[in-house]
Ligand binder design. Structure first.
Ligand SMILES: N[C@@H](CCC(=O)N[C@@H](CS)C(=O)NCC(=O)O)C(=O)O
Length: 275
């Protein structure tokens, strides 16, 4: 098996946790996203959106990290990471949908406004133009441009804060009955799909803003961090520069993120969930 990966890429991290859980063997090919290698014609044949990860197994190409994780579970069933009952499978997929319907964008825009923005500034005008061109997806270009130009003041960062808030509120409600994992009380792709997103917020020194008063989520998160697969897929793959860049740049926007979160809670959440 061959896995195309990105350095410190949240979508790749989901797949790596799954692969380590299943004790698989694979080869890695690193795609340098800041050299625009994701837009090389050769790579686009594998992944027409120009994103990582991509898995190649027995000549078959599998894209989209959520689908790659499910494919891995179907192909290598032990230990199973997909619950048996149809209802629990549906619940597991609802958690995955959080990621694909807001959380991924949330994490990307918050990460961009905190740190990748600086790296884009160091690119040449031409490299940035190629990056923004983005394979003909105007919505994706608009998001990139917005966080590049406005940083934490981009509306996409505000939407991101709302997406995290929604996730943690939902998690806290579900975990309040004392269960260890989100679905069926066993580790599933529902938990694994969320781990890199929660980890990124923590590395950016922003996680406690959302979960300080959500004890069930904090307990779940401690449990996740104790998994050897988590350790191998995320902390072990990062070097000191990665972790310190995330911490320093996230800390710079922390005050503003806190204010924006308070604004979101005041404007939106209280209307929908009155105390
Ligand atoms: N929905 C896709 C998203 C993949 C994605 O956007 N990956 C990011 C890295 S985490 C990427 O390759 N970004 C490069 C770019 O947007 O230019 C998945 O889950 O696989």
């Amino acid at each position: 098996m061959l896995l195309f990966t990105g350095r410190n890429s949240i979508c790749t991290q989901k797949v790596l946790i799954t692969m380590f859980e299943k004790n698989l063997a694979w080869e890695t090919k690193r795609v340098d996203l800041f050299k625009n290698e994701q837009y090389d014609a050769e790579y686009l044949k594998y992944n027409p959106k120009g994103v990582v990860p991509t898995l190649v197994n027995d000549g078959q190409v599998i894209v989209e990290s959520t689908l790659i994780c499910e494919y891995l579970d179907d192909t290598f069933p032990a230990p199973s990471l997909i619950p048996e009952s149809p209802y629990e499978r549906m619940q597991m997929r609802l958690w995955s949908k959080h990621v694909d319907e807001g959380l991924f964008e949330a994490t990307r825009e918050i990460s961009f406004s905190a740190m990748f923005r600086e790296r884009l500034r160091n690119m040449s005008e031409d490299e940035r133009r190629i990056r923004f061109r983005n394979i003909g997806d105007p919505a994706r270009t608009a998001r990139f441009r917005s966080t590049y130009e406005h940083g934490v003041e981009s509306p996409y960062v505000f939407y991101g804060i709302a997406a995290f808030e929604k996730l943690f509120r939902h998690m806290s409600d579900v975990l309040a009955d004392g269960r260890e994992w989100l679905v069926g009380n066993t580790l599933s792709l529902g938990d694994i799909n969320l781990m890199p997103f929660v980890a990124r917020l923590e590395y950016l020194n922003l996680l406690d803003l959302f979960i300080a008063d959500r004890a069930p989520v904090r307990r779940w998160w401690q449990r996740c961090k104790m998994l050897p697969s988590y350790q191998k897929a995320i902390p072990d793959m990062l070097n000191e520069e990665d972790t310190s860049t995330m911490h320093v740049s996230g800390t710079k926007i922390r005050g503003r993120i806190e204010e924006l979160r308070a604004e979101h809670l005041a404007q939106h959440v209280k209307a929908v969930h009155p105390a």
